[in-house]
Design a protein around this ligand. Structure first.
Ligand code: 3PY
Ligand code: MG
Length: 267
C-alpha cells in the first residue's frame, strides 16, 4: 500500500492543489485536530512558531493518526534540523530564506541521500510511519521527501532559476510577508502588494518551466483559492493562532448578539 508521504508527494507533483494547516502553537494535538477537520497536511513551524524538535516529532506522529502528512519549516540555515525532521517522519521540509544556489545545495545535501545529497542515515520514526524496510526507504526517500526552498528576498528572486535547477530541490515556497518587505525596500509588509502578485506569477511560471512545483503562504482561504488558480500546488491558510483567534471572536460575537436579542425579547 502507498504510504502517506508518497501519496502526498505524487499529489503535489501531479494532482489537485493541497491546503496546509500552518501550526506554530507548541502542542502536537493542534495539527492533528486541524488535519481531522480536512486540511490536506500540516506545516509545523520551527522558524516563527514556538514548535521545538520534540513537539515537531510528536506532531508528525499525531498528524499521521489523522491519515495526513506533516511538513516541517526549519529555522533559517538550520539544515541539520531538516535531516532530523525527516528522520522523525516529516513528509517534507520548508527552508526559509534560501537566497542563493549555495543555500539550495546545502538544503538538498541535508535532505537527500547520496548520490543526490549527503543526508545521514537514521530514519528511526520514518521507517515506522512509511512501513518501509531500510533498503526500500533508502531507495525511495529521495523521491517522496519534499525539499522546498522559500523564495522571499530579492536575492532569491535573482537566483530563482539556479535554485530551481539544483538537483534535490523539489519545489519553491513563497513567503509573501518577507517578499513584500524586500520588494518595497522595507517600506511595508503587505502580502497582497502588487509587487508580490507580480512575483507570484513569475515564480509559478519559472517553477513550471523547471518541472518543479510552486507553493505559498496565504492569509486566508479566499487568497489560497486565488493562488491555486495561478498555478500553485500547495497553499497554507492562515495560522493556527489566527484561526483560533478568529473562531473565538466569531463565537463571542454570536453570544453577545444572541444575548442582546434575548434581552430585547425579554423586555
Ligand atoms: C512570509 O510570508 O515571509 C513567510 O515566511 C510566511 O510565514
Ligand atoms: Mg518569511
Amino acid at each position: 500500500m502507498t504510504h502517506i508521504a508518497a501519496a502526498f508527494a505524487q499529489r503535489i507533483r501531479t494532482g489537485a492543489p493541497a491546503f496546509a494547516a500552518w501550526c506554530g502553537i507548541p502542542d502536537p494535538l493542534v495539527p492533528e485536530i486541524m488535519c481531522r477537520e480536512g486540511f490536506d497536511c500540516a506545516v509545523l513551524d520551527m522558524q516563527h512558531g514556538a514548535v521545538d524538535y520534540a513537539v515537531a516529532a510528536q506532531g508528525i506522529a499525531n498528524v499521521a493518526l489523522a491519515g495526513k502528512p506533516a511538513i516541517v519549516r526549519i529555522p533559517v540555515g538550520e539544515f541539520a534540523t531538516a535531516s532530523r525532521a525527516l528522520d522523525a517522519g516529516a513528509a517534507g521540509i520548508i527552508a526559509p530564506m534560501v537566497n542563493s544556489v549555495e543555500d539550495a545545495r546545502l538544503l538538498a545535501a541535508f535532505t537527500k541521500f547520496p548520490p543526490v545529497g549527503e543526508r545521514s542515515w537514521g530514519p528511526h520514526k520514518a521507517l515506522a510511519l512509511t512501513g518501509l524496510a531500510p533498503l526500500e526507504y533508502l531507495a525511495e526517500a529521495n523521491g517522496f521527501s519534499l525539499t522546498i526552498a522559500m523564495i522571499e528576498t530579492r536575492a532569491a528572486m535573482a537566483a530563482l532559476d539556479d535554485i530551481l535547477a539544483v538537483p534535490g530541490i523539489d519545489g519553491v515556497f513563497v513567503g509573501p510577508s518577507d517578499l513584500s518587505i524586500a520588494l518595497t525596500n522595507g517600506a511595508t509588509v503587505n502580502q497582497l502588494h502588487p509587487e508580490v502578485d507580480k512575483a507570484l506569477d513569475h515564480i509559478a511560471a519559472r517553477a513550471k518551466s523547471a518541472g518543479k512545483f510552486a507553493a505559498a503562504f496565504c492569509a486566508d482561504g479566499k487568497r489560497a483559492a486565488a493562488v491555486a488558480a495561478r498555478g500553485y500546488q500547495l497553499m497554507s491558510i492562515g495560522t493556527d493562532n489566527a484561526l483560533l483567534r478568529a473562531g473565538s471572536r466569531a463565537a463571542l460575537d454570536a453570544a453577545h448578539a444572541t444575548g442582546k436579542a434575548g434581552q430585547q425579547g425579554a423586555y
